[in-house]
Design a protein around this ligand. Structure first.
Ligand SMILES: C[S@@+](CC[C@H](N)C(=O)[O-])C[C@H]1O[C@@H](n2cnc3c(N)ncnc32)[C@H](O)[C@@H]1O
Length: 227
């Protein structure tokens, strides 16, 4: 699901535009939590050099294969940010798409992003934690109310506390998720802590959720240049 090819290109999306604006021709991009590398690969060109960081060796292999196919120089670092940040050289632009909600200790994560950007850091995330969308399923299967956050505004507030006055662009796009895809149904069933035999019920419940557009937020800032 996180292969770059699974995401249609969005050349005019605010996060891509913010990153491209700061990139010199042939410049370098560090993609933290790259998955299949959709955010970095969307920047080729003008980017001429990509580094992907992710704890998933399998996704890094996909990233490397797609970067090679795009004819761009690439390197990969397997591990969690910021634990592996010391092994990663700075880049002109650091991108981090749809990762922040996975990060419990967000402050050192954000500081290390800034420490690795010569020109700009661009974060991309949904307005709310993606799992908020399945709150009705928790209610239905377990009678449990799930939280309605965290939100992108929480992250922007954290940046403010770190002294970062980020520029912010808000947008909206159709959901990319095919809720009838068996892989999607299986993932949601596992997230709901239900056994495999409940999958047909999950499929029905998932298909019944309203097909709402996804609200997105891009936040970017230009940190002081690292030496
Ligand atoms: C939702 S996927 C997004 C992948 C890709 N950035 C994209 O937009 O298609 C989140 C990715 O972040 C990675 N990830 C989660 N926590 C991370 C961390 N602390 N450091 C680096 N990568 C992380 C996961 O392994 C996964 O590949």
């Amino acid at each position: 699901m996180f292969r770059a090819g699974a995401r249609p290109p969005e050349p005019d999306s605010p996060p891509r535009a913010a990153a491209a604006e700061a990139l010199p021709p042939g410049g370098s991009v560090l993609d933290v939590g790259c998955g299949g590398g959709a955010a970095a690969l969307a920047l080729v060109p003008p980017a001429g050099e990509l580094t992907g960081v992710d704890p998933s060796a399998e996704l890094l292999e996909a990233f490397a294969a797609d970067a090679a196919a795009a004819g761009v120089a690439h390197s990969e670092v397997c591990g969690s940010w910021p634990a592996v940040a010391g092994q990663v050289p700075p880049a002109d632009v650091v991108v981090c798409a749809h990762v922040a909600y996975n990060v419990a200790d967000i402050e050192p994560f954000l500081v290390a992003l800034g420490d690795h950007a010569r020109r700009r850091v661009v974060l991309e995330l949904t307005t709310r934690h993606p799992l908020c969308a399945t709150a009705p399923l928790w209610r239905r299967f377990w009678g449990i109310e799930r939280p309605s956050g965290p939100t992108a505004d929480d992250l922007i507030a954290v940046l403010g506390e770190l002294g970062v006055d980020a520029e912010v662009a808000r947008g909206s796009r159709p959901s990319r998720r095919d809720r009838t895809d068996p892989a999607q149904v299986a993932m949601v069933r596992r997230q709901l802590c239900l056994p495999a035999e409940r999958e047909p019920e999950v499929a029905v419940a998932l298909a019944g959720l309203p097909d709402q557009p996804v609200e997105t937020v891009a936040a970017w800032w230009d940190p002081a240049r690292p030496d």
